[in-house]
Design a protein around this ligand. Structure first.
Ligand code: FE2
Ligand code: FE2
Length: 379
């Protein structure tokens, strides 16, 4: 949940320093309340996929594409292929083969892998390969460069493309290693790690999704938060104190250094302004917006720790799903998986979360959410 962050337990139970560094588990776990993951499918649902890449295909190929798409949809809800529908070997390189590949391509998402927990690291190592598909990694992979390297090196060979956005945890600086890059320099180091591995980041040109359900512009973003997710009667300057009234405090206050910006809100506002300018001039295509933090305050569903909301986003993005023609918004951070529709736009919270927040009988593959094409059944 709110990641570490969500230190409701922390604040309520510790008399010592509220934030402790813990890359490996138990301490972090103690910071997080158990979330009550649940799904919702209320609201309008957009129609499912149309055949991808039809503009490139002949009628005959379109017919084959449709058969291929139907075959794809016959897979289990977790995305695994059944034995009755074995994977067809794809050959890349020619236009025709590229079309065939994109016919089968799916856009998937998962966030908050938190591989500082040994159980989570083991789970990531077990994640099944889907070499036709793109996978969005929605932030909070872990707290260290090693954590992020592990996830990228493990998953990059298993997917056609990875897309990464940072969470708050990647930005944590280990207080025992004060020489580590912090703030914007730390973010820049993660960008380097991604680029060395061909992983898309918020700093790259927005790619056009040509797979099934496309075309869509894929927009990874890094926007942070500014404490404006609070009741109207609470001044922004009092939001942290308002949370503290119920024992809520975020480890971010100690571990997330905004340097060279004077504050986390200042960094957030710079990111928002920069991203907004890019979106205003982006191609006029439907979009998949990806951000670790929710874009709207009404999507912050934290039944156990409602006063954690100040660390969850900014009101500056409340209407972005409409202004920028989003079809889907992908987010994490809350550790409360669910699907919500607002103004006809599908918002997907795709957290994997901490070990105690998950069902022990489900594999990590069951937590990988299909973003495009639109799932016919929203679990
Ligand atoms: Fe998280
Ligand atoms: Fe987070």
């Amino acid at each position: 949940m709110p990641c570490t962050t969500c230190s409701p337990t922390l604040a309520a139970s510790t008399s010592g320093p509220r934030a402790r560094w813990a890359s490996s588990s138990s301490a972090l776990a103690s910071w997080s309340p158990r979330s009550t993951a649940r799904s919702s499918s209320s609201g309008p649902r957009r129609s499912s996929s149309r055949a991808a890449c039809s503009r490139f295909t002949s009628p005959g190929r379109r017919a084959r594409s449709a058969r291929s798409a139907r075959s794809s949809r016959s897979r289990s809800s977790s995305g695994h292929r059944s034995r009755a529908a074995p994977r067809r070997r794809l050959t890349r390189g020619t236009t025709a083969c590229r079309m065939r590949a994109s016919d089968l391509m799916k856009l998937l998402a998962i966030s908050d892998l938190h591989v500082g927990f040994p159980d989570n690291r083991t789970a990531v190592a077990s994640l099944g390969a889907r070499p036709d598909d793109w996978l969005i990694l929605g932030g909070d992979l872990g707290e260290t460069f090693e954590h992020v390297r592990f996830v990228l090196d493990t998953l990059a060979p298993r997917f056609r493309k990875l897309v990464w956005v940072p969470g708050n945890h990647e930005l944590y600086v280990n207080p025992h290693e004060p020489g580590e890059p912090r703030g914007a320099a730390r973010y820049a180091r993660y960008i380097e790690l991604c680029r060395e591995r061909g992983v898309l980041t918020p700093e790259d040109p927005y790619p056009i999704w040509e797979g099934e359900g496309g075309p869509h512009l894929i927009v990874p973003m890094f926007l942070l938060y500014d404490y404006t997710f609070r009741p109207d009667h609470v001044p922004v300057s009092e939001a942290v104190a308002w949370a503290a009234e119920q024992g809520i405090a975020a480890a971010d206050e100690v571990l997330l250094d905004p340097a060279p910006f004077p504050s986390r809100p200042a960094w957030c506002h710079a990111r928002v302004a920069e991203t907004e300018a890019r979106l205003r001039t982006a191609p006029a295509l439907p979009k998949v917006l990806i951000n670790h933090f929710p874009l709207r305050q009404d999507l912050v569903f934290l039944p156990r720790v409602p006063r954690f909301s100040p660390w969850c986003g900014t009101r500056k993005t409340t209407d972005w799903h409409v202004r920028f023609d989003a079809r889907v918004v992908v987010q994490g951070h809350l550790h409360v998986r669910r699907t919500v529709h607002v103004d006809g736009v599908r918002f997907e919270e795709v957290s994997f979360g901490y070990p105690r927040e998950r069902r022990s009988d489900r594999s990590i593959d069951a937590y990988v959410k299909q973003i495009l094409p639109t799932p016919e059944i929203t679990p």
